[in-house]
Design a protein around this ligand. Structure first.
Ligand SMILES: [Zn+2]
Length: 389
């Protein structure tokens, strides 16, 4: 699904905007152009100030651009520290509730995790402080000081301070929750620490639902009234789902610890010949109850992979004339092979990342193709392991 567009690259990291973020940008422009400058303890926007509409919306657009860049800097701070620790960043995506730096893998070392997690809020604090200082200087100078600029600086500064504080709430998987997990992981296993952090995260999510319905901290700061914030329950739901998802992934990878590809690979029912007919292949799949094969030629060289999903896409009337080579995905010697000695978790990671169901397994010394590892077999293996613990 193409729900994000790439807008550029920073330090080699693709920067993407999710379509929901574009909605937020427009909302931000509108809110800044019309939010009251005088009704609250802190000005919310340029509403109530007499000015040319073109100038008003130009300033609001500038504010939205600053809003975008400061969010991006928050994510870049996480990414920069992660990269210093040798973790690759696949992309940064800005969406509805903020940003997400997609790391190739989340570091299991608590020392790394808390530093990566804290970098984002620290950056937001720094930006917020800088904008406040600029605001104070502008106020002091008073040299025909133009009020809308002051409001713009103040709003972006406040936004960054709120972002920093909010992210430090120890609700996993927000930044504060990651710091909490890292602190816990110093005293217990990574898996146990994750489970605890997730539980605390879910309790916070529940509290956010209740808080949003009866009390809004932002309204309280601005007006001194209790207010109501329906964003909080929505954010809580999102956090709850993200926490559940990360817990599941952590359990899966923790279960696979110490297991190697060769323990899970399949050496029988591993390959079919490229000139086998599709009808024959389908019979073989049914007979062997196997949905993925490597494809080899006469001399046993790897040519590709064929899966039940690919076969199903061939119309029934063509299955008589087509053979395996028409249905296979061609072999790419770089991405399609894994060594038997490698960790099974690595195989799973690659299958998830590249959205694929099968990898060929090679023996390190001889370089020979010795079997295949599939997502289905891995899932079953994980289930059996878990039953054993
Ligand atoms: Zn963050």
């Amino acid at each position: 699904m193409h729900t994000s567009i790439q807008v550029g690259k920073l330090l080699g990291i693709p920067i993407k905007l999710h379509f929901t973020f574009l909605i937020i940008l427009f909302l931000f422009i509108f809110a800044f152009a019309n939010g009251s400058a005088t009704d609250y303890r802190i000005p919310m926007g340029l509403g109530g100030i007499e000015m040319d509409p073109v100038l008003r919306y130009s300033l609001a657009t500038l504010a939205a651009v600053l809003f975008f860049f400061t969010l991006l800097l928050h994510e870049m701070a996480h990414s920069y520290v992660a990269m210093k620790f040798g973790t690759k960043i696949q992309s940064i995506t800005l969406f509805f509730f903020g940003g997400l730096a997609m790391m190739e893998e989340i570091p299991k070392s608590p020392e790394k995790e808390w530093r990566i997690a804290i970098a984002g809020p620290l950056m937001s604090f720094a930006i917020g402080t800088l904008f406040y200082l600029v605001y104070i200087v502008l106020n002091r100078l008073n040299l025909g000081f133009y009020r809308p600029i002051g409001i713009l600086v103040l709003v972006i500064g406040s936004f960054n301070i709120v972002l920093a504080i909010f992210n430090l709430i120890p609700a996993f998987p927000m930044d504060g929750g990651r710091v909490l997990r890292a602190v816990l992981a110093k005293r217990m296993s990574f898996l146990k620490a994750t489970k605890k952090a997730v539980l605390i995260g879910k309790i916070f999510a529940g509290a956010m639902v209740i808080a949003g319905l009866f009390f809004d901290p932002f309204t309280f700061i601005l007006t001194g009234e209790r207010g109501m914030n329906l964003w909080l329950p929505l954010l809580a739901l999102f956090l709850y789902m993200a926490a559940t998802e990360e817990e599941r992934a952590t359990i899966t990878f923790a279960t696979l610890e110490g297991i190697r590809v060769k323990n899970v690979m399949r050496t029988e029912r591993a390959s079919v010949s490229e000139d086998m007919s599709i009808m024959e292949l389908m019979r073989k799949m049914l007979e062997e109850k196997t949905a993925e094969y490597a494809v080899v030629n006469e001399s046993g060289d790897l040519k590709g992979f064929v899966t039940l999903d690919a076969v199903k896409k061939i119309p029934a009337e063509q299955r008589h004339f087509f053979n395996v080579s028409n249905a296979m995905s061609p072999f790419d010697s770089f991405g399609d092979v894994i060594l038997g000695e490698e960790q099974a978790a690595e195989a799973l990671k690659r299958m998830i990342r590249d959205r694929r169901d099968i990898l060929a397994v090679r023996e390190e010394v001889s370089g020979n193709f010795v079997g295949v590892i599939t997502r289905r077999d891995l899932a079953l293996y994980i289930e059996m392991l878990r039953g054993n613990i």
